[in-house]
Design a protein around this ligand. Sequence first.
Ligand code: ADP
Ligand code: MG
Length: 892
Amino acid sequence: MISVSTKLEDLSWIPRPRLLALRRLDIETTEDLLTHFPRRHEDRTEFPQFPREETNVPICLCGEVIKTSLRRFGGWKKIFEATLEESQPNALSEPLVCRWFNLHYVQKMIATGQRIVVFGRPRLRGKRICIDHPEFEVIENDEEISIHFRRITPIYPATEGLSQRVLRGIIYRVLHEFPDAGWQSIAPNSLVHGERSDAIRAIHFPGSWEARDAAREHLVLSEFFAMQMLIASRRFESSARAGQAHCGSGALLDEFLKGLPFELTAAQRKVISEIRRDVAANYPMNRLLQGDVGSGKTVVAIAAMLLVVEAGYEAAFMAPTQILAEQHYEVLRRWLEPLGVQIALRTAARQEESGPLPLFDLGSARVSRAGDGAASSRTFPEVDVALAARYSRRRVPHFKKAWAIYAVTIATKKDRCLSPKARMTVLNSLRHFHNKRYEMFAACVMPDHVHLLIQPWPKGGDDKANTSFWRLSELVHSIKSFSAHEINEIENKSGSIWEKERFDRYVRSDRDLQEKFYYILRNPWDSGVAKQNEDYPWVWTQDDESHKERLFRRDAETSMRDACATQTNEPQIIVGTHALLYESVSFSNLGLTVIDEQHKFGVAQRARLTAREPAPDVLVMTATPIPRTLTMTIYGDLDVSKIDEMPRNRGKIITAVRDTSKLGEVLSFLRTQFEKGRQLYVIYPLIDESEKLDVKAAAAEYELWRERLHPFRCELLHGRIPASEKQQVMGRFRRGDTNALISTTVLEVGVDVPNATMMLIENAERFGLAQLHQLRGRIGRGEHKSTCILLSSSQAKETSAKLTVLERTTNGFEVAEADWELRGPGDVLGTAQSGLPALKIGDLKRDADLMRRARAAAMSIFEMDPRLDLAENQRFRRLIVEQQKQSFSHVS
Ligand code: ADP
Ligand code: MG
């Protein structure tokens, strides 16, 4: 019996070349095949008469080939023409000419006398009605004719080596042999009508157009529902994850707000209160903040960070580029240092200067032991609660395998017992690799075995996307070989000391970690090797280490610093680029991460950030408003806040589209503005910044503009200029030393110079609407009226439709919806980035409404049964697992 998972090769009637061609379409099982949905249908029940006029919609026609010809033009180019006559011609009938340019294979497939079906747009060419490059299918008089004709016929996305006919024939036969019961329904009956089996049949070979539409709706709803179940599960999973309340009293925030030179807008206030609610709750926040460029998201982010900092946690603020990180850093310092908040900047370039942060900071999240500093007896019980509380503050990123923590036991050979001196040697070798190849949390060297709790570190290497970690076996090997020689020397023996490691364990949760931790620390006493009240010096924790370091390093300077530092100098807010994620820089007790400009930051990266426990609160900010349909999918697992109102003091931005021929007028306008002291950005597009050629282009561009704007001063900014220089260029512009900045889109986000009121964008047609809108947001930041000029030399209708949107509105949400409308069909702008399975039938744009229904259905299931415990919800678990498998597979 065939089932969904039956391999096509096991059907035994599909020839091998066809199987290979199918595989190229990723079709291996019957389910793959039957969910290879038609991209359209042709009505072949009855063909219309041949047209005598042009039509704008493509139509499907059938006729006999009465003549073919091959003509050459322009040297080597060829046109193949086939003239068709309709089946029942009448006196008024005109023949139809089908033409293919330079498609050699077509002439091999079409011959006089054949009947063919063509699909395309008839056009009047001279006196003839022609269809150029129609899709076509030759009718062969085989017994399968009923599959291909006299019905509404499916047309599939096809591939080389597999014609429509063959593919249709295979699908027809498999469908025929497939049992109805073989299909599991996906969506609940409250969402879809009818059975999945019927829908699958009808999508391929519908009895009527209505049946086709109903089937499509069923299948799209099912597909969307599956996607939304995955999204909903992520959403509920993350809110069920261990989080913490990270919210201070708000006094610090009030102080900050009081010091601001402006009033918050109502939208800002609303969003801050939404965030405050999340931050105070003990589930992790996952919030998306959408707000136009200049709507004041940074202030909101600062508010959120202050709440967290006040509660004693750290906050991280990540920007997509270094320029931005540095700019944010300056802004934050200006506003927050007066409040006594410590801020640090961490970008790739600044790394050496300020030194890397330790992966775990010992100062603020220490794991202390009872008896620290006092007697060395180790009695835990009465402080357990406090310990646990302190302990649980630690970040334990055990979700990602690579970052797993392991409990390892290494045993000595039977005949080897470690002397006290040898134990010290082992301990020292463990310490030797600490913070180099792993982080060690605890260790204890017993006479005949060693326990340790470690988290392997990434190996060096600069391929940040592909960090590889030290493997456990490598680490254990290092430790063993590092200590073996010396031990033999001490004990005056030879031969091997260590057994193969007896077991290692992957620590799965905080609680697990905690248990393991105390197990190791207590081991000498629990096992009777040490008596209560007796010291056992071969136990190690990070606190011992810092204690030791303090003993060694205490000199006059450090003592003084200690004395002054009643409050720590640890940064409370760390500003950086997304490199923060990949570098060994990390946080001792991260409470909140703010990610600025989300569209450069994929789901996979976000996952990496939040896969720690307890999970930090995450606030993602984007200045690219996303159409609602996309928000439901790509960011469907996030709560959404919007700032839909601009601060009142903003100058207006006028946007004008100008043809390149009007450059002269434009220049004289710019001059009048320069004379008033205003500044200008000139943006030109670079296709690929990585190419050397573009540096030349940039330089040429710059020369040109220097001449045009003479005697006003301009400077150049692009991605290949070293960071420090960029910094200087920006500095001079900000101070007003330069009048114009000639720049690539490195300027895109976050740059804030209120006096820059003019922007001129060259070749504006090359940019997307969203990007243009982004760019435009660099101006209109002060109280002066601003002007954005879009220069374009393109006459195309699409271009002007696109650019006039910007003339019409400055509201980012409107721009986003218009952009969405103007784009082609809607798969997308990144389901690939989103970590969601690719869509097979649904279209995010056309089917937005169905998405809304599917989402509501999925959400309501999770709301009633968040862990899918109910019997009737079991099948959804499987569905989610399947979706999980299909997603991320196409994310790089
Ligand atoms: P974006 O949303 O693009 O990140 P910013 O947070 O950078 O916007 O804000 C842009 C500018 O507007 C900053 O100079 C900021 O100080 C100012 N600003 C923010 N909120 C207000 C407000 N409510 N009233 C006036 N100015 C504001
Ligand atoms: Mg910003």
